[in-house]
Design a protein around this ligand. Structure first.
Ligand SMILES: Nc1ncnc2c1ncn2[C@@H]1O[C@H](COP(=O)(O)OP(=O)(O)OP(=O)(O)O)[C@@H](O)[C@H]1O
Length: 304
C-alpha cells in the first residue's frame, strides 16, 4: 500500500461555450508515495484539463484535490510548490543550455548551487545527454528538448511529479533511459502521475492506471487486474481473408483489408486452420493492455 500524496475526489469541470464540454466528469482517484499512476485516454479525453486543475491553472466547478494534505483548490500556490510538472509542451529555454535550464529549476526549487549542479549532471548523464548538455537550446533536437524538460521536472521533484506525454519525440534507446529515471523517482518515494496515449509503454511501468474517456474514469486498477477478464482470450489479426469471418471471432475493428478481434483460447485449433486456408496472413497474440483499452473505449462508444 502507498501513503496517499494526491487525492482527487468528485472532480467536475465544464468549459462554457456553445457545446459546454464536460471535460472532467466526477473524477476520483489517488496516487501514493512511490506509486506510478498512469492516466490513459484518447485525444480530448480530458487528461490535460485534469492536470491543469491539479496544478491550479484551472479551477474545478466542484470536487476536491489534496496534495500531501494541502487543499489544492483553496490554496493552489501552496500545493503547486509540492508538485513538479513536465507539461505537454516544453517550457521555452531559449538563451540557456540544457544543463543551465535544469540547474536553474533546481535552484528555483530550493537546491543549493552545488546540489543543483550535481543533480543536473547526474540526470544528463543518465539520459545520455552529455553531448548536448552545453549546447544552446536553439540547437537541440525535439527529443533532447523533451528529455531536458523531463530532467527539469525531476531535478528537485517534490512530493508529486506529473509527466504529460514524456516520451513524445524521444528515440527508443533514450526512451528506455527515461523509463529507468521514472523508476528512480518512484524508488525515492515520489508519487508519479504519468499521462500518456502510449498504452503499450505504460503497461510496463505503471503500478495502477485509470482510463479516461469523455472526462469520465471508465476503468481503473493494476494492468494485471484490467487484463484478468481476458486471460483466456487471444487477440487475432487477419489480413485479406477471402471468406466470411467465423462467428467465434469477436471482431473489434475491421476494414477492407484487416480484421482485428479476439477468440477464446479453446478456439485456437479451429481458427488457425480456418485462417491458414482463407487469409493471406494472420497472427495470434496474448491480449495486451492496448487491446483492452481499445475494446473498453469502443464498447462505450457503441452504447452511446
Ligand atoms: N479552453 C477550452 N475551451 C473549451 N473546450 C476545451 C478547452 N480545452 C479543452 N477543451 C475540450 O475539453 C475536452 C478535453 O480536452 P483536454 O485537452 O483536456 O483533453 P486531452 O485528453 O488532454 O487531449 P490530448 O490528448 O489531445 O491533449 C475536449 O473535448 C476539448 O475539446
Amino acid at each position: 500500500m502507498f501513503d496517499t500524496v494526491l487525492e482527487v475526489s468528485g472532480l467536475n469541470k465544464t468549459y462554457r461555450g456553445k457545446r459546454g464540454t464536460h471535460a472532467t466528469d466526477d473524477v476520483s482517484f489517488g496516487v501514493g508515495a512511490g506509486e506510478i499512476l498512469g492516466v490513459l485516454g484518447h485525444n480530448g479525453a480530458g487528461k490535460t484539463t485534469l492536470v491543469n486543475q491539479i496544478v491550479g491553472i484551472l479551477k474545478p466547478d466542484s470536487g476536491t484535490i489534496t496534495v500531501a494534505g494541502v487543499d489544492a483548490v483553496s490554496h493552489p500556490a501552496a500545493a503547486r510548490r509540492l508538485v513538479s510538472v513536465q507539461a505537454q509542451s516544453n517550457v521555452p529555454i531559449t538563451g540557456l543550455t540544457p544543463r543551465k535550464a535544469i540547474e536553474l529549476v533546481g535552484r528555483i526549487r530550493g537546491l543549493s548551487k552545488n546540489h543543483a549542479a550535481e543533480r543536473a549532471g547526474r540526470l544528463l548523464n543518465a539520459l545520455d545527454l552529455d553531448e548536448w548538455s552545453n549546447k544552446p537550446a536553439q540547437k537541440i533536437s525535439g527529443g533532447v528538448a523533451r528529455l531536458t524538460a523531463f530532467a527539469m521536472a525531476a531535478v528537485a521533484p517534490g512530493k508529486l511529479v506529473i509527466l504529460d506525454e514524456p516520451t513524445n519525440d524521444v528515440d527508443p534507446v533514450r526512451r528506455r533511459l527515461l523509463w529507468q529515471q521514472i523508476r528512480v523517482l518512484k524508488e525515492s518515494g515520489t508519487a508519479v502521475l504519468l499521462v500518456t496515449h502510449n498504452v503499450m509503454e505504460a503497461e510496463h511501468i505503471v503500478d495502477n492506471l485509470i482510463i479516461l474517456d469523455e472526462g469520465r474514469v471508465i476503468a481503473e486498477g493494476t494492468p494485471a487486474s484490467l487484463a484478468a477478464p481476458t486471460r483466456n482470450r487471444l487477440t487475432l489479426k487477419l489480413d485479406n481473408c477471402t471468406s466470411k469471418i467465423p462467428d467465434s471471432i469477436h471482431v473489434v475493428s475491421q476494414d477492407a483489408r484487416e480484421t482485428t478481434g479476439y477468440i477464446d483460447i479453446d478456439e485456437v485449433a479451429f481458427i488457425t486452420e480456418w485462417a491458414s486456408t482463407h487469409c493471406e496472413r494472420f497472427s495470434l497474440t496474448p491480449t495486451s493492455l492496448e487491446d483492452i483499452y481499445i475494446a473498453l473505449v469502443d464498447r462505450k462508444e457503441a452504447h452511446a
